[in-house]
Design a protein around this ligand. Structure first.
Ligand code: ADP
Ligand code: ZN
Ligand code: MG
Length: 486
């Protein structure tokens, strides 16, 4: 890999399909719910029955415009639906209604935020609206060896396709691009971006060129990349493969290849010569789509704060590290939780540590979303307040948190229930220290003779004698003083 990188520069462009989370389909009123029994969410329109006419769902256009604006695209005043003709069993009409030479939006960009690299803009060529096809089912039936079935519930579910410029230069950048894209779609609430359920799908185009050359090489399109990991692995493998072809004096064939995740390889599917001729033409059953300046402005007014802006604000407003801000904003609900807890609190950084530490660990262990957090944000703030006020040591606070999560108690109530309260009174700690020193005269002598590593031993003894409740910082200071006073 390292060697390949020095000889050839990879050039990558992604084509991403995002399923919009509207309640009904793009051209009929069938529901879009995932996972219903096959062929129960269909009607003459999405079944493509003769004479049935499509009617555009306005909510689809709303969401598509939102996505386009979130990706800094220019929205066309007039875009055109087109028929993309091909034959496949899951496409009852024999064509897909899509957009072709006049897509909804163009000329956008998003920014990569790779660690240790300067911010980098990746161009977005176009964003267009289209309908999904049905699903062929090749497995899971008693007669699956002999036949396949078709489920048309997905036919007519709204999609946007987002095509990037060939601006990406490594599999890691491609991974980062898709990460940022998904995050923006989630913030805009236009899709659930669930890759396992197919609401986020990605094809990757990749070519190599000798370093220093400006002209692009022949590209290969890789399909069937249904996870972020597979996207990166497939690209890594394909880059190696193309490098070997070029090294051995061959030419990379422009073709479509399929990624086999089990074997980690790509295999030829169809070459350029066999490429589809989709015979695109304007859809006669739908008028041109007009997006007035007022409509666009209305959507723009309601755009939420996007992830990058939010990250920058969290750093500026709460003094978080860019890393903590990135982890919080990766889930809009987690960032919202943090902000609710930090509102009016003195120690936002401490709150972030608890949200990213014990709270996130609890959520992971219980497979729970932050919306189901067992502790309300104000109570995390209260817990951090008790630590900062010296009432709890951070070790005690862990037990208190566990109790809050398990029993649904507030911070104060959990502290009371556990009888935990840090001893922060110097006199009380000094009394305990005196007892411990008296009980261990030999260790005391050794300490005073220079074996200062015994401090840990004494700290342990004092903590034990105080049943873990003495303030550890004070124990350290007071012990040192007591030991050094001969
Ligand atoms: P096609 O005509 O095969 O659909 P497009 O020009 O529409 O190709 O581009 C499809 C995708 O491939 C885009 O994401 C684009 O950035 C990318 N792409 C185009 N040319 C190259 C290339 N030489 N190497 C890598 N990616 C490319
Ligand atoms: Zn329908
Ligand atoms: Mg194309």
């Amino acid at each position: 890999m390292a060697e390949t990188e020095s000889r050839y520069e990879p050039v990558i462009g992604l084509e991403v399909h995002v399923q919009l989370n509207t309640a009904s389909k793009i051209f009929c009123s069938c529901t879009t719910r995932f996972g219903a029994p096959p062929n129960t969410q269909t009607c003459p329109v999405c079944l493509g029955l003769p004479g049935a006419l499509p009617v555009l769902n306005r909510a689809v256009v709303d969401k598509a415009i939102r996505a386009a604006l979130g990706l800094n695209c220019t929205v066309r005043e007039t875009s055109i639906f087109a028929r993309k003709n091909y034959f496949y069993p899951d496409l009852p009409k024999g064509y897909q209604i899509s957009q072709y030479d006049r897509p909804l939006a163009e000329h956008g960009h998003l920014e990569l935020e790779m660690e240790g690299a300067a911010a980098q803009r990746i161009g977005i060529t176009r964003l267009h609206v289209e309908e999904d096809a049905g699903k062929s089912m090749h497995e899971g039936f008693p007669d699956s060896l002999h036949r396949s079935y078709v489920d048309l519930n997905r036919a007519g579910v709204p999609l946007i396709e987002i095509v990037s410029e060939p601006d990406l230069r490594s599999p890691a950048e491609a991974h980062e691009y898709l990460t940022r894209l998904k995050e923006i779609m989630l913030y805009l609430d236009v899709s659930d971006c669930n890759m396992e359920e197919g609401s986020l799908r990605c094809d990757a185009n990749v070519s190599l060129r000798p370093r220093g050359q400006t002209a692009f090489g022949a590209k290969v399109e890789i399909k069937n990349l249904n996870s972020f990991r597979f996207l990166q692995r497939a690209l890594e493998h394909e880059i190696e493969r193309q490098a070997q072809v070029l090294d051995s004096g061959g030419r990379v064939l422009q073709e479509t290849r399929l990624y086999n995740s089990a074997e980690g390889v790509t295999r030829g599917m169809r070459s350029k010569e066999e490429a589809h001729d989709y015979r695109y033409f304007p859809e006669p059953d739908l008028p041109p789509l007009r997006v007035s300046a007022a409509w666009r402005a209305e959507i723009e007014r309601h755009l939420p704060e996007l992830p990058k802006a939010r990250r920058e604000r969290l750093v500026a407003q709460y003094g978080l590290t860019p890393y903590d801000a990135a982890v919080l904003t990766a889930q809009p609900a987690l960032a919202a939780y943090f902000e609710r807890a930090a509102a009016g609190a003195a120690n936002a950084k401490g709150i972030a540590n608890w949200v990213l530490g014990d709270l996130s660990a609890w959520l992971n262990a219980h497979g729970a979303a932050v919306e189901k957090a067992p502790v309300p944000p104000e109570q995390i703030a209260a817990l951090v307040g008790l630590i900062d006020g010296g009432v709890l040591s951070s070790k005690m606070a862990k037990d208190v948190f566990a109790r809050m999560a398990a029993a649904g108690e507030g911070a104060e109530a959990a502290v009371a229930a556990l009888g935990l309260r840090q001893i922060g009174d110097a006199g009380a700690i000094e009394a305990i220290i005196a007892g411990v020193l008296e009980a261990h005269p030999k260790q005391r002598e050794q300490y005073q003779a220079g074996k200062t590593a015994l401090l840990g031993f004494f700290v342990g003894q004092v903590m034990k004698a105080s049943q873990g409740q003495a303030n550890p910082g004070m124990v350290n200071d007071l012990l040192r003083k007591a030991l050094e006073a001969k």
